[in-house]
Design a binder for this molecule. Structure first.
Ligand code: WT7
Length: 641
């Protein structure tokens, strides 16, 4: 195994050989004092006296800093606007790559107050839910922070989700206000955001007001009395709402192995403490860094490491509206040179697609401003890691491979640039205060090394989700039931002889497509919304760029006269309508039956073997209700390749 040894001169890193051990020691032996001390990095109206108060046994309850009072927006905006008003908070790069827009902390303060004032005028109050369905423009950050300022709970829905998905989320959280844009702009294409909102609201009539930000010059229909073009009123300053540390900050929907997406709820004090700390220490963010995380604000990475973490730290964060290969696959590298980006955080899928585009796209940039690189979203394969290290980073940058989840609020495992040896593909070590465990299928902890098992966490951390919005028993069932007393991540992991962790991927029916999480059940349900399809089974298969691709096996109705190609087009379109373009399948096979047990359970394991062309691994099929179906599926699969 190739190892990249820890830096010899590590003292320039915030966390280095001089302070790492003692921090680790306190976090372990005295977590209360460790976290209370860390909480001092925020500005509190009432400083908490209690750190964690939680139990993972049912009834599951998780609280952090419960007697603390603060406002998240004050922490991300006001205190920096007071001390470093001229420092750039956000550098925004638009889809076309025109002159970047620099937004200072003083300007951010004005913008956020203007938006907060407008929301208040609409009657939005503490605890109300606001849906944000917007492109990556600075206004998305203003909207999030404005909600935080007045105590409203935001739920950002990624612009790649369809009106159906949007509608489901609006209804689930009972939002009364939606903030959107007339259109989005991504990779030169427009995204009909407002039109999607209009369709979504046909099923969600409780929404009273829609704020529309005009990103383009396109005119979109406006519903009188409901839709309002947002015009900032800079004369207004809104007093920040005092929030208990455990008051909700946001809901973010994510897919699981069963049912509809769940609303992951994060609260104020613990979330911000954890996002801010992990951002600064893991990315080693110092005074003059230009930090860029390419994630969309519609995902947790965008929440924690584009908006909340960086702004809480008074850092300069880059926000990019576009995509990596538009207009050309040197786009990211050009931006890095232009803005002198020093810290760069992206996903393996982007790295792989740019690697595939060819090294010549690196020649138009030097990327010499870079000093640290990060990866997130899925396991990074060694080849992509090496390319990132040797080519993108010119061997000058340490890479932090960060493992975490929507549920964890912030990074849970990663090498620290100034401390750990790097191993391509390994997230190496838990962050301070995080206690991972590998459990066997019976829930017994495996202590020895090397080991492999179900990746769980033994004790709470401030960034942990608190509940599934409106459904606490679903929270308990999903994360705390399979292995009582532990938070179970749904991932499998291996621990090597050095005690370093390697994430092996999901062990449940959740796919990770280009770093986006999708439940197989969700896609199956979506596909059968068209009446020509009776039943489907969805499995993942290795995809060279996306990491995992979506493969669908579908049974058409007996009466259906469409050709296979027509059926495939129907399935594609139905899924795009139900979920969104991000769930568009990569392969569809029209079959007569599915491998089921006699009790009717689909044997996805068999389909996964077929999807990988590992027919020899299928094994004994005699217990299936109809064993001949396997041969039939293999035939269809092989013919279509
Ligand atoms: C799932 C969480 C929070 C980041 C964005 C995705 C996978 C995430 C890594 C990594 C291996 C990773 C896991 C996890 N994952 N980061 N560095 N190495 N796998 O958030 O949609 O909540 O998905 O992404 O499978 O469970 P998410």
């Amino acid at each position: 195994m190739m190892t990249y040894p820890k830096p010899i001169d590590d003292q320039s890193y915030l966390i280095n050989s001089s302070n790492h051990k003692s921090l680790q020691q306190t976090a372990k032996t005295d977590p209360n004092n460790f976290w209370l001390d860390i909480a001092k990095r925020l500005e509190w109206m009432n400083f908490p006296t209690i750190a964690g108060n939680w139990q993972f046994q049912k009834p599951v309850s998780i609280k952090w800093f419960e007697d603390g009072l603060l406002n998240v927006c004050t922490n991300c905006v006001d205190r920096h606007a007071n001390v470093t008003p001229d420092k750039t908070a956000i550098i925004w790069v638009d889809d076309q790559g025109k002159t970047p827009t620099h937004i200072s902390y003083a300007q951010l303060f004005k913008e956020v107050n203007a938006m907060a004032f407008s929301l208040k005028e609409l009657g939005v109050k503490k605890g109300d839910r606001v849906i944000i369905y917007m492109p990556m423009i600075p206004e998305i950050a203003y909207a999030m922070l404005a909600c935080a300022r007045i105590g409203a709970i935001h739920s950002v829905v990624f612009g790649g989700f369809s009106s159906e998905s949007l509608s489901g989320r609006i209804q689930d959280c009972g939002a009364k206000v939606v903030i959107t844009a007339n259109e989005g702009l991504r990779g030169g294409k427009t995204v009909p955001l407002k039109a999607n909102v209009d369709t979504a609201l046909l099923q969600a009539p409780q929404v009273e007001k829609v704020f529309v930000i005009n990103r383009t010059s396109a005119h979109v229909p406006m519903v009188a009395g409901r839709d309002i073009v947002y015009v900032p009123n800079y004369a207004q300053v809104v007093t920040p709402e005092p929030m208990n540390a455990e008051d909700p900050l946001f809901i973010l929907y994510t897919s699981g192995s069963t049912g509809k997406p769940k609303g992951v709820l994060h609260t104020s004090g613990g979330y911000l403490t954890y996002a801010s700390l992990t951002h600064q220490w893991i990315f080693d963010v110092q005074e003059n860094d230009i930090y860029w995380c390419t994630a969309d604000a519609g995902w947790i990475t965008g929440h924690s490491y584009v908006v909340y973490g960086p702004l809480a730290n008074g850092a300069t964060t880059v926000m990019f509206e576009g995509i990596p290969n538009y207009p050309n696959p040197d786009r990211l590298w050009q931006i890095i040179d232009d803005l002198k980006v020093s810290i760069f955080y992206t996903a393996p899928t982007a790295i792989r697609s740019l690697m595939q585009a060819g090294d010549e796209w690196l020649e138009t940039s030097s990327r010499k401003s870079l000093r640290l690189l990060g990866s997130v979203g899925e396991p990074i394969n060694q080849e992509a890691w090496e390319w990132y290290f040797h080519k993108v980073g010119n061997e000058n940058c340490r890479i932090v491979d960060t493992w975490w989840q929507t549920e964890t609020g912030g990074i849970m495992m990663t090498p620290l640039a100034g401390v750990h040896n790097l191993k391509p593909g390994s997230a190496t070590q838990p962050f301070f205060g995080i206690q991972p465990a590998l459990l066997d299928d019976l829930g017994k902890e495996i202590d020895s090394n090397p080991a492999e098992g179900n990746l769980s966490v033994k004790s709470s951390w401030p960034g942990q989700m608190r509940t599934v919005y409106g459904d606490h028993s679903r929270f308990e069932d999903t994360y705390f039931s399979q292995f009582p007393g532990y938070y179970f991540s749904g991932d499998g992991a291996r621990r090597d002889a050095d005690g370093d962790y390697w994430i092996t991927g999901r062990v449940d029916d959740v796919l990770n497509v280009s770093g986006h999480r999708l439940g197989t059940a969700e896609i199956e349900t979506a596909a059968t919304m068209d009446h020509s399809i009776i039943e489907t089974a969805v499995v993942g298969f290795p995809h060279p760029i996306k990491g995992e691709g979506i493969m669908i096996f579908a049974i058409p109705g007996a009466h259906v006269t469409h050709s296979d190609d027509e059926l495939k087009a129907i399935i594609k379109q139905t899924i795009r309508t139900q979920i969104g373009p991000i769930a568009s399948p990569d392969a569809i096979h029209i079959v007569k039956g599915l491998p089921k047990t006699r009790s009717g359970k689909i044997m996805r394991r068999i389909l996964r073997c077929i999807a990988k062309s590992e027919f020899e691994k299928i094994g004994d099929v005699s217990t299936l209700a109809d064993p001949t179906v396997v041969e039939h599926i293999i035939e269809v699969f092989s013919a279509k390749k």
